[in-house]
Design a protein around this ligand. Structure first.
Ligand code: SF4
Length: 423
């Protein structure tokens, strides 16, 4: 519809949401950007509870939260609590990465209840859905889960279509320290290695596009070769895959399917800007969705911080969508506190980048916070905090002798002194 100069309802709603968040965007202009491919508004026609959001050029940076059960951690209620927490803390998207058990029931419940954009990686669901081990899958089997997830109402699907036999060959010729760390990428590499066949998502890309078009699903082209350590960043495999993703982007646009591109991964800070530039150049301005990047390999237990640093740098350079990373990354499935910490860390990164990009309303809340601080208005400070619960708990946990100070400087409170002198 956008290509015909019309403004579809999800685009209209996404423009209104962007404007309400302090970044005024005209719906017609947003539709024009969607038609050009520099913005996506993931909105599956079956996801009726969705509050659509725009990702890309001129939009505030969005934050995704991963949830989902695995064989070793299958507490569906806990995953639902994480989904609710994501809404409460103002995340914009949820990816269901479930790979075991009643994945269809869980997915359908999410679609029925969640207002957030929903993403998934259908490949994780293929062995469970077909009842076959990975190596016994046929090319057709890879599409069963794509169809199921699209039909169930998932708004954006991660598909690792760019990891081809050629990329696999490139990887063998250019050994890496951490080989492949993408779950989907490793599955496809192992299957191609075993069968000698081309990646079915690449070989039958038109079939994929047909499914996406039918259900109005956005493609999130996955980076199966995303670097898993600083040493592997921006290497030939990663760049080779990105070139293919750029070619597939054009094919998808021609078929009327919205596309965004997934990115690193682990990467030193000085390489991030160049990677954003490369993605925008090679993938024709498609929105960039980054996992981190994690700017050092040394901080298991603190990777929400390494990712937030990378996310802020990437956002400043033009990345559009941040996938949260929790302190549990590399270690275990996150618990609720990990999810809270991961969301807040990503929101800080996104907000900091939005301010630096000069988005019109991005700093309004910071200025309100500054006024509350100057006025020693504790309620106002908590209200403006990204995590009011934590801010209030910290204050309550260390009572000052005088209410208009805190226990940091006590009677020497600089803010109070200057309020008295200059008010
Ligand atoms: S006591 Fe010190 S840290 Fe606390 S509000 Fe006053 S100036 Fe800030």
């Amino acid at each position: 519809m956008c290509r015909e100069g019309l403004v579809p309802e999800p685009v209209e709603k996404a423009a209104a949401a962007e404007t309400a968040a302090g970044n005024p965007v005209d719906a017609a202009l947003l539709a024009e950007r969607v038609a050009r491919g520099s913005v996506v508004v993931p909105a599956n026609r079956h996801h009726v509870s969705l509050r659509p959001r725009a990702v890309g050029e001129g939009c505030s940076i969005k934050v995704n939260v991963n949830i989902g059960v695995s064989r070793d951690a299958k507490d569906y209620c806990l995953e639902e609590e994480k989904a609710s927490l994501a809404v409460e803390l103002g995340a914009h998207a949820l990816m269901d990465l479930s790979c075991h058990g009643k994945t269809a029931d869980f997915r359908r419940d999410l679609v029925a209840e969640s207002p957030l954009m929903l993403g998934s990686v259908p490949l994780y669901d293929v062995p469970g859905l077909t009842g076959k081990p990975l190596m016994d899958l046929t090319g057709d089997d890879f599409f069963t889960a794509v169809e199921a997830h699209a039909r169930d109402g998932i708004d954006f699907l991660t598909i690792h279509a760019g990891l081809t036999l050629k990329t696999a060959d490139r990887l063998r010729k250019n050994p890496r320290l951490t080989r492949i760390v993408s779950r989907g990428g490793s599955m496809l590499f192992a299957w191609m290695d075993h069968t000698g066949l081309e990646n079915p998502y690449y070989a039958q890309f038109d079939r994929l596009l047909e499914i996406c078009r039918e259900h109005e699903v956005t493609l999130s082209l996955g980076d199966g070769c995303r670097p898993g350590c600083l040493a592997d960043a921006t290497d030939p495999c990663q760049v080779e895959e990105l070139i293919t993703l750029g070619e597939l982007t054009l094919a998808a646009r021609k078929a009327g399917v919205q596309v965004m591109i997934e990115g690193p991964g682990h990467m030193a800070m000085n390489e991030i800007e160049a990677n954003v530039l490369l993605e925008k150049r090679l993938c024709h301005g498609a929105p960039f969705y980054v996992l981190g990047p994690l700017v050092t390999d040394l901080a298991p237990g603190y990777d929400h911080i390494t990712a937030a640093i990378g996310g802020a740098v990437a956002g400043r350079a033009g990345a559009d969508f941040l996938c949260y990373v929790t302190p549990a990354e590399h270690l275990r499935l996150p618990d609720l506190q990990d999810v809270r910490d991961g969301i807040i860390a990503s929101k800080i990164a996104a907000h900091a980048a939005d301010i630096s990009r000069g988005l019109p309303g991005a700093r309004i809340r910071d200025d309100r916070m500054a006024r509350a601080r100057a006025d020693i208005d504790w309620a106002g400070m908590f209200r403006e905090s990204l995590d009011p619960v934590k801010a209030a708990a910290f204050r309550a946990g260390s009572a000052p002798g005088e209410a208009d100070t805190c226990t940091m400087c006590g009677e020497l409170c600089a803010v109070r002194t200057m309020k008295k002198v200059l008010t």
